[in-house]
Design a binder for this molecule. Sequence first.
Ligand SMILES: [Zn+2]
Length: 234
Amino acid sequence: MELPDTVKIPIEQIKEQDIIGVDVGINKLAVLTDGIEVKEIDNPKLIAKYEKGIKTLQKQLSRTKKHSYNRNKIRKKLAKKQRKLANARKDNLHKASNQIVESGNIIVFEDLNVQGMVQNHNLAKSISDSSWSKLIDMCVYKAENAGKYIEFVNPRNTSQLCSRCGAVVKKDLSVRIHSCNNCGLVMDRDLNAALNIRERYIRHVWNSVKMPVDVLTSTHLNEQAGTMKQEEII
Ligand SMILES: [Zn+2]
């Protein structure tokens, strides 16, 4: 049975506080904000525990002799742990994507496919390790089913710019706090990035999306009014 196409929420009915900026990160899976409230989604400890267990088993395995009974036993244990890890990751991504999609009507991410980000080897490794792209894929289909919008903005400098004054505050990945010498803003770096992502969408897309809708509606109404007048004349 085919499901009927979901009708999208009309964009002109969406309010600015329903626009959510999302920063996906390494320490936290995601930080989301509607410009006022903040929600953090952590990587669960269970995943870290499984990862640690897998590392230990891999070390043990490397010390065993080929075709030995012990090697076989450890290999089986390792496979079981890896299955558990994969399930825990998937489960977590489902929970996280539900939370993200429920948080607003327009969800804005950085476009992680933009060239330059992927060229950076360490960052590319982090992207593949932390399942960001899977998370975003899940959000895309869940938003589609809910009639909501997923949008992407250019990732350039979203972590470096000050979300209050726009000054560039250079920091490498180890610096977790955004501290602006220009305006004095001090906040979590991921939240600062989420605010910039949201603001970038509003400034470059939302403002121009809203405008033509208003213009279109008024033109449309004028046309209708025009038609009626003609009918009246006839
Ligand atoms: Zn500032």
